[in-house]
Every structure is written in C-alpha cells, then in structure tokens.
Write a protein that binds this ligand. Structure first.
Ligand SMILES: [Zn+2]
Length: 261
C-alpha cells in the first residue's frame, strides 16, 4: 500500500492505492458503466484543449466555427479549420487512457463512452460504443445533399472542399457554435445516464453545456461518480464520489491493474 499526497487548489488531497481499489471495486460490482470524456483525455496525445490559458481559442478566433460566418466566408473559415483540425490535430495517436477504455469495453467492464471530443481517438483505440456529443472531425458532410465523406478522401489543398456529387460546400461533421447536439448521440447519452451504476469522468471540467448535464443525470439516477482529472473541476465538489487526481494515462493504467487483480 502506498499513498501520495498532492497539494491542489482545494488543499491536501489523498490519492493512492486505496482510492484506486475503491474505484475498481465499484466498477466490478456494477453491470452498467460508462465513461464521460473531455479534451483532457487527449492532451497527452498532443491535442491541446480549446479553453483555458494555452487553449486553441487563445490563438485563433472562434468565429470561424460560427455557422453564419462559415457560410458567408467558407474559404477563410476553412483555412483556419484546416490548420487546427487537419494539420495540427491530424497527427495525434491514441494514448494509454484511450486504450484502457477500449480494453475495459472488450472485457465487459465498460458499456459505452459519451465523449465531448471530436478527434476519433476512442474509435481508433478500438472502442465500439462511442456517443459523440459534439460530432466527429474525421468525417465531412455536404451542406446541400447531406452526403458524408471520410476526410482522407478529400483534397484539402483546394478550399473550400466541395461535394463531388452536387458541388455543395463540405463542412466538418462536428457541431459549430449555434448547432444542436446530434440527436442520436444525445438520445444514447441520455439512456446511458439513466442506466448507469457507475460513471467515470475523465479529463472534463464540466463547463460545456449541455454535455455537462449528463454526469448529473447519471448521479440523480443513483450512479456512483469516479472522476479522473489533473485538478478539481466543477464536478468534484458537486457530484464526485471517488476523486482520482493525476494524468489520465497514469490513473487509467493503475485502475486497469487494480481491475485485473
Ligand atoms: Zn452534395
């Protein structure tokens, strides 16, 4: 048994083998567990968060992702979108935390993932049940005829990219400011929140609505909340039962070891 003491904004917090074991025991006892992931889980894959001090929106103007601006200025919007999402993010690879979630699903210790991320890294790690609250950047959608393309099929040298079937403007299949949550992902996330006995929050601060309501709904329905974050979030004092402070790769690796005991 070892213990680590970490100073955080909320004072002295104890993490260690006992908390990891408590989390593993809660997971083992449950029959419906889902993970709720945010930008923090992909930071160690080289994808910076959008918000906060070193976030993307400190460098770029978020107006390029406003629907009205995009339709009026498709070339300008696409130049920035290409740089952020397809040149910068495009080279990222899944990390240990993504892989642990895929492994948990294959062992029937996880029934699904509700994610706010758009980077496709859960699917690339082998996760099957992934509900993408904000869409997916690896697909493009024709804004006229609704046809989908894999971004690898599209030449992004020529902007804006156009639909080969109808010449309509292509848009990344993630939600822009002012767009609604994809209905199927929303429905499945709500179902998960209602069924869950355990929810594992990873790398999410709870600031983006309506996604942030999902863990609250799970809690109201009796789920135990395990939180993995590098610092306390809005969830920590409100709904978290077991707080595991640390980098997602490290904590999820420890949790996997404890689950296999
Ligand atoms: Zn089209």
């Amino acid at each position: 048994m070892y213990l680590t003491f970490v100073f955080s904004k909320k004072g002295l917090i104890m993490i260690g083998a006992n908390k990891i074991k408590e989390a593993a025991d809660a997971i083992k006892k449950s029959s419906y567990i889902f993970a709720f992931t945010g930008a923090g889980i992909s930071v160690e894959s080289g994808i910076p968060p959008f918000r906060g001090e070193n976030g993307i929106w400190g460098k770029y103007d978020p107006k390029v992702l406003e629907l009205g601006y995009f339709y009026e200025n498709p070339v300008e919007s696409w130049k920035v979108i290409r740089e952020i999402f397809y040149e910068y993010f495009g080279k990222s690879k899944p990390n240990k935390a993504h892989k642990v979630l895929a492994e948990l699903e294959s062992k029937n210790l996880l029934q699904g993932i509700v994610t706010q991320k758009i980077d496709n890294l859960h699917q690339e790690s082998g996760s099957k049940e992934v509900y993408e609250f904000h869409g997916n950047m690896k697909k493009l959608l024709c804004t006229d005829c609704g046809r989908y393309y894999d971004v690898s099929e599209i030449d992004l040298e020529k902007l804006p990219p156009l639909c080969s079937a109808c010449n309509g403007l292509l848009k990344p299949d993630f939600i822009f400011f002012g767009e609604g949550i994809p209905p199927e992902a929303y429905q499945k996330s709500m179902e998960a929140a209602q069924k869950a006995e355990v929810v594992i929050l990873i790398g999410t601060t709870g600031e983006v609505m309506p996604a942030a309501q999902i863990p609250y709904i799970a809690k109201q329905n009796g789920a135990k909340v395990i939180e993995v974050n590098t610092e306390p979030s809005k969830f920590t004092s409100a709904i978290t039962d077991i707080y595991l402070e640390g980098k997602a790769t490290k904590v999820m690796g420890q949790l996997m070891v404890a689950l296999m005991k």
